[in-house]
Design a protein. Structure first.
Lengths: 112, 114
């Protein structure tokens, strides 16, 4: 069966510090991968998606970047965090078959 | 621009009651629609995926319907239990995308009290 992992589970970082969040998927090959942010009062917003290694597309301009160094690894990064980067970050995967998405447990990021 | 709206924003019901959650979408070229459950501080759990060619899908006490012509989907929960308390999200997947982008509604917060 497939599983998706995210770490860390929670993170408190000062403004201006770097960020690296990691997502890995087990039990499947060549998945589509997604990063979402859930902020209070704003619902779920798609940040990045990837259809293959090294292929990253951004949905919204922002202070964040994403990378996919391996088939089942997706990384969300920032060089300098802003207060507005606070939120709940969710990673998801899907297969091209029907695109049903499966979500990870999330990372709660608080920028102070 | 695709928009997804969920009504009501919050719902409180006594245990055992049958209930319906509503989801409206603007994109008539829908590919499929997915219903999720989210417990506080947790990720999303996929409940049902209903294809644009289907009218409904069932899983246990859950039944989701899809009406493309009216741009509506409903999630029916039978014999509700306190363990059903959570936020329920619907998300539409439009046709024509190569990667399955989802557009989410704001969610319905469901509370089932004993």
């Amino acid at each position: 069966s497939q599983t998706i992992h995210q770490w860390p589970a929670t993170l408190v970082q000062p403004v201006g510090s770097p960020l690296s969040l990691e997502c890995t998927v087990e039990g499947t090959s060549n998945p589509n991968l997604y990063w979402y942010r859930q902020a209070a009062g704003r619902g779920l917003q798609l940040l990045f998606y990837s259809v293959g290694i090294g292929q990253i597309s951004s949905e919204v301009p922002q202070n964040l970047s994403a990378s996919r160094p391996q088939d089942r690894q997706f990384i969300l990064s920032s060089k300098k965090l802003l207060l507005s980067d606070s939120g709940f970050y969710l990673c998801a995967w899907s297969l091209v078959r029907d695109y049903e998405q499966y979500f990870g447990p999330g990372t709660r990021l608080t920028v102070t | 621009k695709q928009e997804v709206t969920q009504i009501p924003a919050a719902l409180s019901v006594p245990e055992g009651e049958n209930l319906v959650l509503n989801c409206s979408f603007t994109d008539s070229a829908i590919y499929n629609l997915q219903w999720f459950r989210q417990d506080p501080g947790k990720g999303l759990t996929s409940l049902l995926l209903i294809q644009s060619s289907q009218r409904e899908q069932t899983s246990g006490r859950l039944n989701a319907s899809l009406d493309k012509s009216s741009g509506r989907s409903t999630l029916y929960i039978a014999a509700s239990q306190p363990g059903d308390s959570a936020t329920y999200l619907c998300a539409e997947r439009a046709g024509g995308t190569s990667y399955g982008k989802l557009t989410f509604g704001q969610g319905t917060i469901l509370t089932v009290h004993p």
